[in-house]
Design a protein around this ligand. Structure first.
Ligand code: NIG
Ligand code: FE
Length: 412
C-alpha cells in the first residue's frame, strides 16, 4: 500500500537518520521543505522532497494537501496515563489555598491515587487508559512513555505494568514502559522507608525482570520522597537488569539529583523546575536529555523549567505532558508546545524539536520515530490550513490538527 501526499505547504522536521537529537543553538533550526511531497509505503516513510523533484509513480492513494503542513506525530516521553479515579477534590482544595505539598503531607496526592488504584481491576484500568490514549492520538500523539508508580505494593505495581504491557500490545501508538515503584513511600512503610526500598530491590525488580515488564526505571528524587542515597540504591539495582534510568528530579528542590542521574547514565532527567549552575555543568557533554513538563507548572502554579538557560548552555531539551491526575491532568501536546513558547520563551522551532526528535530520544526510539526520515514510521500530523508552523503555538488551546496518521493508517 502506497500513499502519496502532494503540495504539502511545509513538510517539517526533515532529517537524515543519523540525527538522533538536537541540542543548544541547533534547536533553533527546524529543517523543512516548502511545497513538498511525501510518499508512504505500508507503515514507513518511503521518500520525500520538493514537488519539483516528484517523479510520479503509481500510488494506491494520492492526497493533495494544498494549504496544510505535515510534521511527525508528537513523542510524549513522560506520562502517568494509567491511573484510577481523579483528584478534582484536591484541585479544588488547592484553589482554596492548600499547597500540593500540604495535600500530599496529609495523605492525599500520590498516596490517594495509590489507594484507589489498588482497588481497581486490571480490566477497568486498561479500558480507562485506552480511552485517554485514543483521545491523545486524536491530538497528535504517536508515541507515549507510561510509568507505573500508583501501585506502591508488589501486586499493584505488577498490575499497572501488566496494563501498560497490554496497551503496548494493542495500541497503535509506540509505547515504552517505566517502573516507578519509588514514586512515594506507601502508608504501610511510613516509618520504615528502607523496608520499602528493599521490597523494590529484592522483590519487585526481579519479578519485573522475569516478566520483562519495563523498559526504564524512574525514582521521584525529592525531599520527603527518595533521597540521593535511596535513588542511587534503586538505580544500581535496576542497572543489574538492564533498566536505564529516567528520573524525576528538581521539581521542588535541587540537591544533586541531576548529577547523580547523569552519573548513572540516565536517558533523561525530568521536571527541572529548579536548576543550579552545577546541574547545568553536569548535563553539559552528557548523553542525558533534559525534559521539561510545562503542563505541571501551569496546573500547580510552580516555576517553569528555565529552558532558555538550558538551551543557551548547549543542553538538549525535550518537552512532555506528564499526564497524571495530580499535577498535570492533560496529555495535550499541542498545549504543551504553546506553553513552552508563551511561558518558557522557547521559539516555535525549539518547541517543535523538543516534542518530536528530542522526545523520541528521551524514550530511546529516535531510530524509528520523531522526524520525517526515510525508513522511519509513518506517524504524522496533517495540520489544518495554516500560514506557517508558528500558528501551532500561537493559537493556544486550539487543535491545529486536520488528520493523524499512525503507522501509515489514518486515525478516525
Ligand atoms: O511528575 N512528581 C511526581 N510525580 C508526578 C505527580 C504525581 C501525582 O501528583 O499524582 C509528577 O508531577
Ligand atoms: Fe511525572
Amino acid at each position: 500500500m502506497t500513499i502519496l501526499f502532494t503540495h504539502i505547504k511545509e513538510l517539517l522536521q526533515t532529517r537524515p537518520q543519523s540525527e538522533m537529537r538536537v541540542m543548544g543553538r541547533a534547536m533553533a533550526d527546524l529543517p523543512h521543505i516548502k511545497n513538498a511531497f511525501l510518499r508512504i509505503q505500508d507503515d514507513e516513510i518511503l521518500d520525500f522532497g520538493p514537488m519539483a523533484d516528484l517523479v510520479i509513480q503509481d500510488s494506491d492513494q494520492l492526497i493533495d494537501v494544498t494549504g496544510k503542513l505535515i510534521l511527525p506525530a508528537w513523542c510524549d516521553s513522560h506520562s502517568h496515563v494509567v491511573y484510577a479515579g481523579d483528584r478534582s477534590q484536591e484541585f479544588v482544595d488547592r484553589l482554596k489555598g492548600l499547597s500540593y505539598e500540604a495535600i500530599a503531607a496529609k495523605g492525599g496526592g500520590i498516596l490517594n491515587s495509590a489507594e484507589t488504584l489498588q482497588q481497581t481491576s486490571e480490566a477497568v484500568l486498561y479500558t480507562q487508559a485506552m480511552e485517554r490514549i485514543n483521545a491523545l492520538i486524536q491530538l497528535g500523539t504517536g508515541a507515549l512513555e507510561i510509568k507505573s508508580g500508583y501501585g506502591l505494593s508488589t501486586e499493584a505495581e505488577l498490575k499497572m505494568l501488566h496494563v501498560i504491557k497490554k496497551i503496548k500490545d494493542t495500541s497503535a501508538v509506540k509505547i515504552k514502559a517505566t517502573f516507578l515503584g519509588a514514586h512515594a513511600i506507601p502508608k504501610l512503610y511510613k516509618t520504615n522507608k528502607k523496608e520499602y526500598i528493599d521490597l523494590i530491590i529484592h522483590t519487585m525488580l526481579p519479578e519485573i525482570d522475569r516478566q520483562k515488564l519495563a523498559d526504564f526505571v524512574d525514582v521521584f528524587c525529592e525531599k520527603g520522597y527518595f533521597s540521593l542515597e535511596d535513588t542511587a540504591h534503586i538505580l544500581e539495582a535496576a542497572a543489574q537488569y538492564g533498566l536505564v534510568p529516567k528520573v524525576h528530579v528538581n521539581q521542588f528542590n535541587a540537591f544533586g539529583g541531576v548529577g547523580l542521574a547523569v552519573k548513572h547514565k540516565a536517558l533523561s532527567v525530568d521536571h527541572l523546575e529548579v536548576v543550579t549552575e552545577k546541574d547545568l555543568e553536569d548535563l553539559k557533554n552528557s548523553d542525558t536529555m533534559a525534559v521539561a513538563l510545562p503542563g505541571c507548572s501551569f496546573f500547580l502554579g510552580i516555576p517553569y523549567t528555565p529552558a532558555r538557560q538550558l538551551i543557551d548552555a548547549g543542553i538538549p531539551v525535550a518537552l512532555a505532558s506528564d499526564f497524571n491526575p495530580g499535577s498535570a491532568p492533560s496529555g495535550n501536546m499541542n498545549f504543551v508546545v504553546s506553553l513552552a513558547c508563551i511561558k518558557m520563551n522557547m521559539t516555535p522551532e525549539e518547541a517543535l524539536n523538543a516534542t518530536t526528535l528530542n522526545g523520541a530520544y528521551a524514550m530511546n526510539i529516535s531510530e524509528t520515530h520523531g522526524s520525517i526520515t526515510k525508513g522511519k514510521k509513518a506517524n504524522l500530523i496533517i495540520t489544518k490550513n495554516m500560514t506557517s508552523y508558528r500558528q501551532i503555538p500561537y493559537h493556544f488551546g486550539n487543535s491545529p490538527i486536520h488528520k493523524v496518521m499512525i503507522n501509515g493508517a489514518f486515525v478516525d
